[in-house]
Write a protein that binds this ligand. Structure first.
Ligand code: NAD
Length: 327
């Protein structure tokens, strides 16, 4: 794991970013966060606000000068800043393209100018698009199903191209349905686990889109933290300038997710045990199944998930109870 280094985490006020920052600060790193708080939260940074090794730059990755300031003296970059909602990208493709591609290129170019040792960036399983085979392997993608998916794939192309042109080392990490503490349950574009948790905690039935048989490779955020560290520290030429799935390689249906979350929350709040879900219509464009092969990241980066779904959902349920009830 990275220690005694200076790292830029873009999007550090967000769900995944703040987990990366917390982990880095626990090992005597200096951390710079660049965030514009568009979806990130100040309270996600509260824990480290007074840590002298922590610097916050409030600004936008669409502004190149801000990116130049953020990479100053930095050895590694973890690039998480993005607008990461598929529905938002359908509602406002221009905005999402600006941030996810324009902003990405700014941070990448600034990182190359600053001669960082390595640039890890959040890619996405959305890049597999309509590919139907399973489990997904990195070099076989399908047709993208949203502007968001396109932006994430274009980022991969830029990263590869910048390595070829300028020699910067990059690693793309295609996260699969990440969950864990500080994932935002509020807003129109919230993800399924926080939405279910909040509904169960308010003793209301969650809505499952479709019959609940659709499945995902739900990945606890601690695995994402590990993958970022392994990626940035890799010295193996074959392992750098690649993209990797970051997941558990384990399939969980929405019905199984509902049951697991309900039972974890009911341990703490027993009245939740009696709640049943409501089934709504399938969401347009939802792919039925998404499961990762983690062979590539295991063999080239030595990755092994540190927390599987069952344990992760228990820890996350506890976090929602401790942090969000009565707020
Ligand atoms: N959560 C998942 O399941 C998942 C899956 C695949 C990929 N990803 C990727 O992981 C990354 C982090 O996602 P997350 O779930 O933590 O989302 P998040 O919304 O919690 O975090 C994104 C952060 O980026 C910041 N940001 C957005 N636009 C910005 C801009 N123009 N300038 C500066 N900062 C900006 C936001 O304020 C926020 O703090 C994203 O790149 C996302 O696409 C997430």
């Amino acid at each position: 794991m990275i220690e005694n280094s200076r790292i830029l985490v873009t999007g550090g006020a967000g769900f995944i970013g703040s987990n990366l920052v917390e982990d880095l600060l626990s090992r005597n790193n200096e951390v710079v966060v660049l965030d514009n708080f568009s979806t990130g939260k100040r309270e996600n940074l509260q824990l480290f606000a007074n840590d002298r090794r922590f610097t916050l730059i409030e600004g936008d990755i669409r502004d190149y000068k801000t990116c130049q300031k953020a990479v100053d003296g930095v050895e590694y970059v973890m690039h998480e800043a993005a607008l990461c909602s598929v529905p938002l990208s359908i509602d406002d493709p221009m905005l999402v393209t600006d941030v996810n591609i324009g902003g990405f290129v700014n941070v990448l170019y600034a990182a190359k100018e600053a001669k960082v040792k390595c640039f890890a960036y959040a890619a996405s399983c959305a890049t597999y698009g309509d590919a139907e085979y399973s489990p997904k392997v990195e070099d076989r993608i399908g047709k993208p199903l949203s502007p968001y998916a396109i932006t994430k794939y274009v980022d991969e192309l830029y990263a590869m191209n910048f390595h070829d042109l300028y020699g910067i080392n990059t690693v793309g990490l295609r996260y699969f349905n990440v969950f864990g503490r500080r994932q935002d349950p509020y807003g129109a574009y919230a993800a399924v686990i926080p939405i279910f948790a909040m509904r169960l905690l308010s003793l209301t039935s969650p809505v499952i889109n479709g019959d609940g048989s659709f499945s995902r490779d739900f990945t606890h955020v601690s695995n994402v933290v590990l993958a970022n560290n392994l990626a940035l520290l890799s010295k193996d030429e074959k392992a750098l300038n690649q993209v990797y799935n970051v997941a558990c390689g384990e399939s969980t249906s929405l019905n199984q997710l509902f049951e697991a979350l309900k039972s974890a929350l009911a341990q703490i709040k027993p009245e939740i045990a009696g709640i049943s879900p409501v089934h709504g219509p399938e969401r347009v464009g939802d792919i039925p199944h998404s499961l990762a092969s983690i062979d590539k990241i295991s063999s080239l980066l030595g990755y092994k998930p540190v927390m599987m779904f069952e344990e992760g959902i228990k820890a996350t349920a506890k976090w929602y109870v401790d942090n969000l009830v009565d707020k």
